[in-house]
Design a protein around this ligand. Structure first.
Ligand SMILES: Nc1ncnc2c1ncn2[C@@H]1O[C@H](COP(=O)(O)OP(=O)(O)OP(=O)(O)O)[C@@H](O)[C@H]1O
Ligand SMILES: Nc1ncnc2c1ncn2[C@@H]1O[C@H](COP(=O)(O)OP(=O)(O)OP(=O)(O)O)[C@@H](O)[C@H]1O
Ligand SMILES: [Mg+2]
Ligand SMILES: [Mg+2]
Lengths: 254, 254
């Protein structure tokens, strides 16, 4: 029984990539076979695991070239049980490429299909936009996690995102389910952060994960070492909290 | 002699909006007549100054309806000398609306033209994308400021942004000049932040502003009070540093 989880929020810098990396790595450490799909042209997930020069084909080639197959693109990572579909800046051209193609939203779903039985969990990182790339992620997924930063502009785009999800459920992917809302970069000492947490809870109720991710310098540093937080700083708050998140995700999704 | 400054970086959460707000407010406090143009569908600049319900027409209407004029859309703010062209979520439709319209990139430039002699400085906030909206900002501007966060993924998209700027200078707006690179969210105590600063300096040399903006809770809080950092926390590092930035911008641009 396999899950495909999109990590999405069109607001920038809210912790989508940090969550995608550490959720994927955490599930892999628990023995799940995991695929991390980098759908962001900025390729932040990708460079957190592999050397840019070692990438031959990327997810852009998989989505646009019928001759390219999943196994030509997928890469192993240093984390056991964790594979990666890498991104490259060419992915930014996807929108233009798929204009007027009513099959556009289904590209990722179709190209992932042959491989989905090989994985217990697929985690998909997305860019800060609500365009064709993010639509592809939402159409290909069974679940959605929305990371929301505990900061002033936090809730701005969420209404927009909810309407996009509603439209996708209605037209393109009825099984898409909001797995949960993850409060990130939480600074419990500040009134602002606690106030925003309250707002998020008012808006999403029990969809909000009990786990919240605190602001942590270790989380900021770990990608520089090409490691998840679990190997880089296993005793840090980031590691403890993302481990809690993995458990909570497994309870909700499996 | 008037300047039009786009604040752009397609990476999310790097301080574009925080810089747009405080640069605009700081120049206004120095007696310049300033227009802040919010070109982000997330409308973060807008909600940092006005109540959403008080907006009638937005910059989207200005860009897409020939019957709508600049004076129908522009709003005053609580800051003396500072006007605002507000954004709304409808702006997200701009890309789709202007597809195939080779005049698309010039919409903002044309609609701002009648008003540009009324202002000494126009500051334009952009979304974390390199699409039609950001192209409009770059075509309408005399200068560009690139805020870069002193964090691991900082330099990722900058090559892409530089190439976009190069293309725009070659084809659409030869006078566009990189005013400078602003290092933001700098935490001088961490090796990571200092290491990233070095990388930014290697990449951009003397284009890097001498002013860097330190991580500051006050900067995070001020939009919640609908104030610039100068009125909200005039003695804070954020206020001191953004004031220094205003002086440096004026030296470089005027
Ligand atoms: N809990 C945290 N504590 C401290 N820093 C964090 C935390 N989570 C993320 N960060 C840092 O914040 C920045 C943005 O995080 P991240 O890249 O994960 O966000 P994102 O939503 O993927 O951004 P984008 O929208 O640009 O893709 C990064 O420098 C990251 O290291
Ligand atoms: N120097 C700073 N110190 C602390 N927090 C900051 C600083 N600059 C910005 N922030 C906070 O970081 C978050 C992102 O900043 P901001 O919204 O200005 O970035 P942005 O580049 O406009 O993001 P987006 O790409 O989503 O438009 C906000 O919560 C903001 O308050
Ligand atoms: Mg990201
Ligand atoms: Mg912004």
């Amino acid at each position: 029984h396999s899950v495909r989880i999109a990590i999405a929020n069109q607001k920038g810098g809210v912790g989508k990539t940090t969550t995608a990396i550490n959720l994927a790595a955490g599930l892999a450490q628990r023995g799940k076979r995991v695929l991390l799909v980098d759908l962001d042209p900025q390729a932040n997930c990708t460079i957190s695991f592999v050397d840019r020069q070692s990438i031959e084909l990327s997810v852009y080639d998989l989505l646009t070239e019928s001759a390219v197959e999943f196994r030509d693109v997928v890469m192993k990572t240093s984390q056991e049980n964790l594979d990666l579909l890498p991104a490259r800046i060419s992915l930014a051209k996807l929108e233009g490429k798929l204009i007027g193609d009513f099959e556009g939203p289904y590209k990722l779903k179709d190209r992932l299909h042959p491989a989905s039985s090989d994985y217990d969990a697929i985690v998909i990182d997305t860019p800060p936009t609500l365009g064709m790339i993010t639509v592809n992620a939402l159409v290909a997924s069974t679940h959605l996690i929305i990371p929301i930063e505990a900061a002033y502009f936090a809730l701005e785009g969420t209404q927009d995102l909810r309407e996009t999800v509603k439209g996708i459920k209605a037209r393109l992917n009825p099984q898409l389910d909001l797995l949960g809302v993850l409060v990130t970069k939480h600074d419990r000492r500040t009134l602002l952060s606690r106030g925003v947490y309250e707002e998020i809870y008012k808006g999403f109720g029990e969809k909000v994960f009990e786990t919240t991710i605190s602001k942590s310098v270790r989380l900021e540093e770990s990608p520089a070492y090409r490691e998840s937080i679990f190997t880089f700083a296993p005793a840090s708050s980031g590691a403890i909290e993302y481990a809690k998140l993995c458990d909570e995700v497994m309870r909700r999704a499996y």
